[in-house]
Design a protein around this ligand. Sequence first.
Ligand SMILES: Cc1ncc(COP(=O)(O)O)c(C=O)c1O
Length: 367
Amino acid sequence: MIKFLDLHKMNMRFDAQFKVEFQQFLDSGYYVLGEGTTTFETNYAKYCGTTHCIGVSTGLDALILIFKAYIQLGKLNKGDEVLVPANTYIASVLSIMEAGLKPVFVEPNKATFNWEAATIKKHISNKTKAILTVHLYGQLADSEAILNLAQDHNLLLIEDAAQAHGSENSFGKRAGNLSHAAAFSFYPTKNLGALGEAGAVTTNDGALAKVVTALRNYGSEKKYENVRIGVNNRIDEIQARFLNIKLQHLDADNDSRRAIAKQYLSNIKNDKITLPFYDGTNNHNFHLFVVIVENRKVFIDYLHKNGIQASIHYPKPPHKQKALQEFSTLQLPITEYIHKNCVSLPINPVLTHEERDKIIKIVNAYL
Ligand SMILES: Cc1ncc(COP(=O)(O)O)c(C=O)c1O
């Protein structure tokens, strides 16, 4: 069976380095916010091109901390509206709600799966105070136009870059550096994935970085001096150390994902399968390769019978989740269509050439 994502195989590539790192970690005697964290924060800020990176516990916490910090800085107020793509993972929406803000859902473009500036613009009201843009599946969402829109309307722009490590725009600027503040997830399945939970906030806003740094650590700027009502959302030291090792391979991994995507895009030819939009540049890291197939259950069962494990991202849109019942009557047909028909094919740097060829052959033979 070709696994959708073989995390063991992915991480075994770094087996020896991880073991050396763990020994150093153990020997250091510093297990929380130690040297590994500081080094990772410096390296990841440099990678993204931002002045600050703050390591935190998860991607969801990174988003929540950004919103809470802007509230503490007086740039947002409870009840303010935040525009968010309807076609996203629920974490984007939960972060807005957890901070006491109001999500306003905006439909995506059916071909790119991401939203566009022109559609976002139609939803701006005098209650709108921020835009949470999501680079879904790793593809940057219309980044320059959305930044211009935010600037024109004096809105905060926040990136949910949880899936977009290393994706860069036409000026070579990377995800995490295309907004006022960005959130990353290092959940194990991500292109830069830890061996457990981890996340980060990146920003060029020194004041925001200071508040987020305090909030993640009980609201303290100095040990046992609490200046804000904070939480414990610190990044795990050992995860930061593992991430430092994997960061060195991120660009190569993203290149190999793009190479597989190009191979799929030129060789998958089947009327029943709609392939994803890709402009051929580095604005996509192919965290996921998502195709549209009607009657997807039949397709997924067919793949499975032929030794290929597929996945779905995601089966049900946020506004149709029981937890978000208050939004269930919204009319979001494009989002619903995508969620109903999307199928993720395996794409990752440890997929062998034989496996890629087999996936193409089996997908092409689907009737
Ligand atoms: C788009 C998006 N936003 C936010 C998150 C939240 O990240 P985490 O799982 O690290 O909390 C994820 C992770 O799955 C995600 O895909």
